[in-house]
Design a protein. Sequence first.
Length: 208
Amino acid sequence: MITWKSFLKDKKNLTEFIITMIVLIVVLISFSQFLNFIEQREGVVLSDPILKAFKPVDLTWLTFALIYLSLFLFIITTINKPDRLLIAFQAYCLMVIFRIIAMYLTPFEAPETSLLLNDPFVQLFGEGKILTKDLFFSGHTGTLFLLFLLAENKVMKYIFLLFTLNVGTAVLLQHVHYSIDVFVAPFVAYCAYRIIKNLHLKFSKEII
């Protein structure tokens, strides 16, 4: 197993890790500013046949309990795998970039029956505002599906997949997202993961 000491001894790994963290920080800061921009922008309300089938239910606590539990489980099971964490940071960064592009191209208003979902992490980096227009695609669903893809342990994979399904369902039941937001999220997460994974495979072969 690759240890942090042996991983960072390699100058290539050290350089890649530092650059990855810098880019990730820049992307997250830019993303927080972008969220403020889209909150001020006018959008359209979609006619969603699935949301019309039921009244919204407030599942905020369940949603964030599953999200933060997933992040905690991923960290404690991956903290000693620097190569895996590097891929995780890069894939997440790319997914956020995809999300910025997607939201810019799809100016949506929140569903009229939406119940506010107060994300403490987003509130921290988004200047305390409750965000409602960060819709297409669902970042919560995409992130949990990304954890499912990244997990190596089969039990953890099943847990992350179950949590992804529960969170995706919860944000729909709360009318926080349109159905298309949740449906597309896993596909974009998979795309980001495969791009990063293939790049690592390509460059490792070239070095060999």
